[in-house]
Each structure stands twice: as structure tokens, then as C-alpha cells.
Design a protein around this ligand. Structure first.
Ligand code: PFF
Length: 450
């Protein structure tokens, strides 16, 4: 593992390795499942446009902020706030981030497990083993949930134990190109199917009458979740980044990869929904709204794969769920790395032990949730819908009024030669100090009181 001699922490081997790892954290179930279903339920292109505005105006500035805090302090989120200011409150923001990581991971592994179990559901269905397929497809079966969550967590722990460059970087360097390849091939296959045009129309032609405060709220929440912001994942990944690299440029690439893949996933899923409808699959609820969430991915799509039939149906089905599993794994890695880095830095535990202990702790929570899946919505609401934007708001306040934007700009100068001539940087400072916190605060207050 590459180590930084001054702190003996791990470091990324290459710039591309870092970008793929950070993009791997960002690209996950949020892109391939949550983004297309949010888009489908919120008026298609209108949601897409508001989402892009949120990413650009809020997501990107906060990502640059997190990376600057991480690289400057070379610490986990708790240690980072402590290192950069004497204020006693902000380390608690780091603790909140670590807690959000633990709680999001506790349910994310279960959904990730569903995506992986569906690889086998597709295979068993093809082989005519309908009994086995329906056992695996039953989300109410706590034992199946628990077994697949355990499998997913074991893989994640194994990768984190390998360290920053030999574990996370190697694994994501392998998985991300594979993920992009499967996504592009599947999207090309779907968009050229007869009947896909209706889905593309809904996805790409905006209906601005759909833009409501709730839609803006959903878009901002989606931006934080999808870009992995607000809980210190990018503080942690930034802490392994060399001073040679340009943070602003790297954040740009990661954001572009995340948005690009979400957009592609929309091109895959939206037409697929309408293809399924053309084949007679029900895509609306009793109340006329889209069958979003688990129903969309785990009911509608498999029905379509079954209609395609034969070996082609099997290949499409298996590829799709394998794609989702890969995307989920590159994200669970970063979710586990945040609390693991905290335990390593703050409690002096060795990486291999820390990853195992933290992983087992989260797994215990996942076991409880496996048998009580109704908890997922509540945990998601507290720790991602509210938790991540709240973390983002406090990060903006920290940089704007405690650590100061000038200190962050000093950090950005490393690896960014033309920074003096960059208008973007003064714009960034204004955004972090005023615009981002005000918008996030308004939206958060609205969410809490509605
Ligand atoms: N960005 C991931 C996704 O879109 O699925 C989820 C996530 C990963 C959120 C890591 C937060 C995080 F720190």
C-alpha cells in the first residue's frame, strides 16, 4: 500500500485511481435506482433540470469544500474539524457524519443484497427453478435478506481491509469501467427497442408545471445522496489525496461522472418502464402514480426480462442486476471507509481490525433491519434525507465562518497553478458562505416542518 511518510496514512496511487474511487462512491443505487424512479415520479425532464441545477449550484461547491477540508487536515471527519479549528462544536458534525455513514450503510447493504440476490432469481427462473427463485425474491424473508446483506458486507470489509491503494483503489479501478460498459451496452439495447420512444419523451421533454417545492426538495436530497455529500465521505477520500492534485478539477470530473451515469441510467430505465407497459405489465399504482421504489426495479423490470425470454432475456436480466450490485459495492466501500478511518485515526486501531469491528457492528444493525424492513424508510429519512443536507449546511458554515474560505483557497492552490486568474474561486467562496447555506437551510426547514 502506498503510504504518506509524514503521517503513515494511505494515499491514492494515481489521480485516475482517486477519481474512479470517488466516482465509485458517488455512483451507486442512488444513480441507477433512485434517480430514475425519482425522475419517473416527478415529471421526467422537469426533475432532471432541477436536479442538474442543484448539483451545479450546491453539490459541486460542497464537494470542493469537503475535499479541501480532507486534504488540508489529512484526517477522518471528526479529526478534520478538530484539526482545523478550536471550536468545540464542529467535531460533533464529524461524529454526525460518521453516524450517518453507519446508519445509511446498515440499510444500503440490504438493498444491495436484493440486487445481488436478483442475479440468482434471474438464473433460477431461467432454469425453471421457480420455487428457489420465489424464495430469493421475497423481501419479507428476513433470513434471505440477512444472508445477502452478510455477503455484501463481507465483500466490503475484505476490500477496506486491503487499504486505500491496494484495496479501495484497485477494486474500484476494476469495477468502474465494467459498470460503465454494462450500462452503455444495456442502454443502447433498450433505446433502440420499438416502443422505447414514449419513455424517452417523458424523460427528455420537460413539463414545468410539475416544478413544486416538494420537487426541489427531492432534487436537492437526491443531489446530496448521489454525490455522497454531507457525511464526510469526501473529507475522508480527500485526506488520502496528494498535494500535487487539483481538487477543483477532480471534483469536476467526479460530478460529471456521477451526473453522466445517472443520466444514462435514466435513458435505460425510463424507456424500459414503457416497454414493459407495452408488453402488458402494470406500471401504475391503484392511485395512478408510478410504481416507484422496489416495485419498479424488482417487479416491472424482471417481468420485462421474462417477456424478452430465452438466453437473451437471461443475459439482459443478469447483466442488469450485476450492474446494480457493482454500483452498490463501490458505494458501500466508501460508506464503511468513513467510520473505519475514524476508528483508525481517533482510537489508534490497525486498519484490518478496525474494518472488521466496524463492519461487524454495522452488520448487527443490518441483521435487525433484515427482519424489520419497514425501518428502512425511517432510517433513510433521518440519516439521508435530513442528515446529509444538514451535514452539508454545517460544512458550509464551518468553512465560511470558522475555518474561513481563504484557508480553503490556500489549500486549493496546491495542484492548481492558475488559481489566481480563476474567477471560479471567488464565485465558490460566495456560494459556500452565502448561497449554499441559505438554500439548504430553507429547504431543510421546509422538510422538517412539512
Ligand atoms: N452516493 C451513493 C449512491 O448514489 O448510491 C450513496 C452514498 C455513498 C451516500 C456514500 C453517501 C456516502 F457517503
Amino acid at each position: 500500500m502506498a503510504t504518506n511518510p509524514s503521517t503513515s496514512r494511505g494515499t491514492w496511487n494515481t489521480k485516475l485511481g482517486f477519481i474512479l474511487a470517488a466516482a465509485g462512491s458517488a455512483v451507486g443505487l442512488g444513480n441507477i435506482w433512485r434517480f430514475p424512479t425519482e425522475t419517473a415520479s416527478n415529471g421526467g425532464a422537469a426533475f432532471l433540470i432541477v436536479y442538474l441545477v442543484c448539483v451545479l449550484l450546491i453539490g459541486l461547491p460542497v464537494m470542493i469544500a469537503e475535499l479541501s477540508i480532507g486534504r488540508s487536515s489529512k484526517k477522518n471527519p471528526v479529526g478534520a474539524f478538530r484539526a482545523l479549528s478550536n471550536n468545540k462544536f464542529f467535531p460533533l458534525v464529524g461524529v454526525w457524519g460518521v453516524l450517518c455513514g453507519v446508519m445509511i450503510l446498515s440499510f444500503y447493504t440490504i438493498i444491495a443484497g436484493w440486487t445481488f440476490s436478483h442475479v440468482f432469481v434471474e438464473i433460477f427462473t431461467f432454469a425453471g427453478m421457480d420455487g428457489a427463485a420465489s424464495i430469493l425474491a421475497d423481501f419479507g424473508n428476513g433470513y434471505v435478506n440477512a444472508i445477502f446483506a452478510l455477503l455484501f458486507m463481507a465483500l466490503t470489509i475484505g476490500i477496506i481491509r486491503g487499504g486505500v491503494s491496494d484495496g479501495i483503489e484497485k477494486a474500484t479501478k476494476l469495477m468502474m469501467p465494467l459498470l460503465i460498459l454494462i450500462l452503455v451496452v444495456m442502454t443502447l439495447f433498450v433505446v433502440f427497442q420499438p416502443g422505447a420512444a414514449e419513455g424517452l419523451r417523458v424523460y427528455l421533454m420537460p413539463d414545468f408545471s410539475m416544478v413544486t417545492p416538494n420537487l426541489v426538495l427531492a432534487a436537492l436530497g437526491q443531489a446530496f445522496f448521489s454525490l455522497s455529500l454531507g457525511m464526510g465521505a469526501l473529507i475522508t477520500y480527500g485526506s488520502y489525496l496528494s498535494k500535487k492534485e487539483n481538487i477543483v478539477e477532480a471534483a469536476g470530473y467526479v460530478t460529471l461522472a456521477d451526473v453522466g451515469i445517472a443520466f444514462l441510467a435514466g435513458l435505460l430505465i425510463m424507456p424500459t418502464i414503457f416497454l414493459a407497459q407495452a408488453q402488458g405489465v402494470e406500471i401504475y399504482d391503484a392511485d395512478g402514480s408510478f410504481l416507484a421504489g422496489p416495485a419498479l426495479i424488482f417487479q416491472i423490470l424482471p417481468e420485462l426480462f421474462a417477456q424478452i425470454g430465452g438466453v437473451l432475456g437471461l443475459i439482459v436480466g443478469v447483466s442488469f442486476f450485476f450492474l446494480l450490485s457493482l454500483a452498490a459495492l463501490t458505494s458501500t466501500i466508501s460508506l464503511l471507509e468513513v467510520p473505519t478511518a475514524y476508528v483508525i485515526d481517533e482510537h489508534g486501531v490497525k486498519r484490518k481490525k478496525a474494518a472488521l469491528y466496524v463492519g461487524l457492528f454495522v452488520l448487527t444493525l443490518s441483521m435487525i433491519i433484515s427482519f424489520n424492513t419497514a425501518l428502512i424508510d425511517t432510517i433513510d429519512f433521518i440519516f439521508s434525507v435530513i442528515g446529509l443536507p444538514l451535514g452539508g449546511l454545517l460544512i458550509c458554515i464551518f468553512i465560511g465562518y470558522f475555518w474561513k474560505t481563504q484557508s480553503a483557497v490556500e489549500e486549493m492552490k496546491n495542484g492548481f497553478k492558475d488559481i489566481k486568474n480563476s474567477r471560479l474561486i471567488s464565485l465558490w467562496s460566495i456560494f459556500i458562505k452565502y448561497i449554499c447555506p441559505i438554500i439548504i437551510a430553507i429547504i431543510l426547514i421546509r422538510t422538517i416542518f412539512s
